[in-house]
Design a protein around this ligand. Structure first.
Ligand SMILES: Cc1ncc(COP(=O)(O)O)c(C=O)c1O
Length: 300
């Protein structure tokens, strides 16, 4: 993508994207946000937690939001290509099929960034799975929806891979006027590119490894990094064991959530988020694409 800066993300732009996503022919839904019942999900801290069920979203994750806005803002009949082995690829393929467009989903997200340049030369438009203004604006619709149910949350907890979702949600909430809301990102210990980027004050990469593959791209996105630096309170880290336990707890409570989608929950139950006592808290469960065999591995 070109050199788009965080200044390009305005409230008007996010409102427009929210309407685009809501009316998308891809059928993106307003996912339920439900009060966390202490009886089904016991928690040591006493606070008012709502969980946003993006695992119930069309294609099984929030990625369809960003994809809906990306496709709406590209010429109809174009040829598109992306790199993703995960949820982005699934939503991208769904959109291609729906619009009858030609395109390709190639290579895992661990492929070197410069491969995308080679692909672009093939006369196809490359769509990035996290470092893209339209995608981030589409993801921001999730933040807007949160505010429709809880107008001024104290704390919002969102997992972070390349940072597109976290950046979009944080921008939506802060630009909507919730200056007091604290937004935390959650990354796996073995794939903490945004955590390192905020320390080093520039987007950095690492040899990322985690069972939460959606949270383990090799680089933090540049635009997501700039937006996170501006709007996010901090990044907390969770171990793969904490993520596995979270998948298992959620499953026992009747919620099928994949490892990446469970990271925010893992951070809350392991007391990684500061000062939750008595607060209105939102926890985003970002995806539910997990097979039965993988799910059973996590059950003790
Ligand atoms: C379920 C799930 N949650 C979170 C993420 C992270 O999203 P982002 O790369 O926008 O930070 C992904 C990315 O694939 C994902 O699949």
């Amino acid at each position: 993508m070109g050199e788009v800066s965080a200044d390009a993300v305005t409230l008007d732009m996010l409102r427009e994207a929210r309407e685009t996503v809501r009316s998308s022919p891809l059928g993106v839904i307003d996912t339920p946000m439900i009060a966390w019942s202490q009886t089904t999900l016991p928690l040591s801290i006493s606070c008012n937690i709502h969980i946003k069920l993006e695992n119930m979203q069309r294609t099984g994750s929030f990625k369809i939001r960003g994809v809906a806005n990306q496709f709406a803002r590209r010429p109809a009949g174009g040829r598109f290509v992306t790199m993703s082995a995960g949820n982005y690829g699934k939503s991208f393929a769904y959109a291609l099929k729906h619009f009858g467009s030609k395109g390709k989903v190639v290579m895992p997200e661990t492929a070197p960034e410069n491969r995308s340049i080679l692909i672009q030369e093939d006369n196809m438009t490359f769509l990035h799975s996290y470092n893209d203004l339209d995608l981030i604006a589409g993801h921001a619709s999730l933040g807007m929806e949160v505010l429709e149910v809880m107008p001024e949350p104290d704390v919002v907890v969102v997992c972070c891979g390349g940072g597109g979702l976290l950046a979009g949600v944080a921008a939506a909430i802060k630009l909507s006027g919730c200056s007091e809301t604290k937004i935390y990102g959650v990354e796996p210990e073995g794939a903490c590119t945004m955590y390192k980027s905020l320390i080093e004050k520039k987007p950095v990469g690492m040899d990322s490894k985690s069972i939460a593959s959606g949270l383990a791209p090799p680089f933090a996105g540049r635009l997501p990094y700039e937006l996170c630096q501006r709007y996010v309170e901090g990044i907390v880290l969770v171990s793969d064991e904490e993520i596995e336990a979270a998948v298992s707890t959620l499953y026992r409570s009747g919620l099928v959530v994949e490892p990446s989608g469970s990271a925010a929950f893992a951070a809350i139950v392991n007391n990684k988020i500061p000062e939750l006592e008595g607060k209105d808290v939102v926890c985003i469960l970002t995806g539910g694409n997990i097979g039965k065999a993988e799910l059973m591995n996590f059950q003790d």
